[in-house]
Design a protein around this ligand. Sequence first.
Ligand SMILES: C[S@@+](CC[C@H](N)C(=O)[O-])C[C@H]1O[C@@H](n2cnc3c(N)ncnc32)[C@H](O)[C@@H]1O
Length: 221
Amino acid sequence: MTDYELLDSGHQAKLERFGEWILHRPSPQAFWAPRLGQEDWARAHARYERSSQGGGQWVEPLRAPESWQCQIGPLSLELRRTGFGHVGVFAEQIRFWEWITAAAAKFARQRGRAARVLNLFAYTGGSSLAAAMGGAEVTHLDASRGVVKWASENADRNDLGTGSIRWIVDDALKFLRREERRGSHYDAIILDPPSFGRGPRGEVWKLEEGAAELLDAVVAL
Ligand SMILES: C[S@@+](CC[C@H](N)C(=O)[O-])C[C@H]1O[C@@H](n2cnc3c(N)ncnc32)[C@H](O)[C@@H]1O
């Protein structure tokens, strides 16, 4: 049961329902015309508007709370209206979670041991929690201490907090290189890097410059 719905998209925006709250957010890829009329879009409980100087803010109506609980696929997650316009879940990932759980469970059945899964750029933990639900030993890594804390709270909410997930705040590439030197190996590595990001010490991540190096480092593990 999922409490997420993409209600409509178009004119570079998307209208989504997360539980009882409907949000209107930018979506630059949605260059087509929306299917629903203005009265439906006006049902949004909060709208995020990008600013021409970069960044953006939530604007009227502000009827949606700052944070709330939501059942997204198999997971109960805390969602928050963040200053970047994100809410703690990237909806395109939801469909992978059941597959990840099933693959981890199948691995454990066939090999007689838990799969070792590394989730890089792991954000609020959807894929990490899905792997742990399938019995995997998960290393969850993100550059942001705040989102790693948020992810561990999501794990507690799903009774997955104890033991099966190792929480790491680090730069993805630096961690991979360190793991290679230590001779570490993983059975599966999950990657969903942003186009631009920063490590915890300001390390700059640019997808177009770093992707090949990142993939080489992943293959080494
Ligand atoms: C697109 S989100 C990942 C979404 C996630 N896969 C999910 O579905 O929930 C990008 C994440 O990468 C993290 N990040 C950005 N640069 C990083 C870096 N150099 N090393 C590690 N994490 C980084 C950000 O903090 C952010 O949480």
